[in-house]
Ligand binder design. Structure first.
Ligand code: PAF
Length: 282
């Protein structure tokens, strides 16, 4: 068992980071909900490259789960997570409980408009308000100079960039490329819900998106390509398919054909697991 310092209150977090900030170190933040995989560890490594003191957070945020989603079933394994974070070079872990994050009568919400109208916005009502609220709190609690987020949750990354800019938070948001298994499936804590058979079928998500990207890059109109991709996912057993969309990467507005800065997005369910993925097009 490797050793890493863990703090559970905002006061202890501030006390633990203060001396490093006074020493002139940049503070790096890696927010997570635990159940860590290689994708998270790449966030820690990126933070290490940008900061002298790296704080990882573990908090399964109830605000970003809507009532139809199973918050209680979300995987939790703190002992393994702490070991992985220590081995990857995090300096401190902030793992608050729900009462510390949301004291009695908590009633403030951070809502990012515009780009949350699309994709996961309508598919997961309340999700981005929950993410924006907890990330704003984590930023205020840890006061990092930089914070790392994965491109796998691309819409989340854009929501966080937007709120950081709009609220003038003095934090550099560092995007980190998606980490994939050998067959192309994007790593996700939720992949552990997949049965053996579903795990094999899951590889069809990145494969069909890559095929669509190639067609879109060749100049094909989006609508028939998106329809073909939905049909391929359906016949591989994905149901329901929440969306397969070509969007502007900045505004996330759907596009009729590929153009500079477009990106392909998909979200679909396989058994009890919801998978998402995205690829740059042009
Ligand atoms: O990406 C996640 O794990 C979560 O949405 C985040 C950013 C830690 C906020 O709870």
């Amino acid at each position: 068992m490797l050793k890493i310092d863990v703090v559970r209150s905002v006061a202890a977090l501030r006390a633990a980071t203060r001396p490093h900030r006074h020493d002139g170190k940049r503070i790096g933040l890696v927010p997570t909900m635990g159940a860590l995989h290689q994708g998270h560890l790449e966030l820690v490594k990126a933070a290490r490259r940008h900061a002298g003191f790296v704080v990882a957070t573990i908090f399964v945020n109830p605000l970003q789960f809507n009532p139809a989603e199973d918050l209680d079933a979300y995987p939790r394994d703190e002992a393994t997570d702490l070991n992985l974070l220590a081995a990857t070079g995090a300096d401190l872990v902030f793992a608050p409980n729900v009462a510390e994050m949301y004291p009695k009568h908590f009633s403030t919400e951070v809502k990012v408009g515009g780009l949350t109208k699309y994709l996961d916005g309508p598919a997961r009502p309340g999700h981005f308000e929950g993410v924006a609220t907890v990330v704003t709190k984590l930023f205020n609690q840890a006061q990092p100079d930089i914070a790392c987020f994965g491109e796998k949750d691309f819409q989340q990354l854009q929501v966080i960039r937007r709120l950081t800019r709009d609220l003038d938070l003095p934090i550099e948001i560092v995007p980190v490329p998606t980490v994939r298994d050998e067959d192309g499936l994007a790593m996700s804590s939720r992949n552990r819900y997949l049965t053996e058979k579903e795990r094999i079928a899951a590889a069809l998500l990145p494969a069909s998106l890559r095929a669509a990207v190639a067609d879109l890059q060749a100049g094909a109109a989006a609508a028939p390509i998106l329809e073909k991709t939905r049909a391929a996912l359906k016949s591989a057993g994905f149901a329901p398919i929440d969306y397969v969309e070509l969007c502007d990467a900045e505004t996330l507005q759907p596009l009729p054909a590929a153009r500079e800065g477009s990106r392909l997005f998909a979200a679909a369910h396989l058994g009890r697991t919801r998978l998402i993925d995205n690829w740059p097009v042009l």
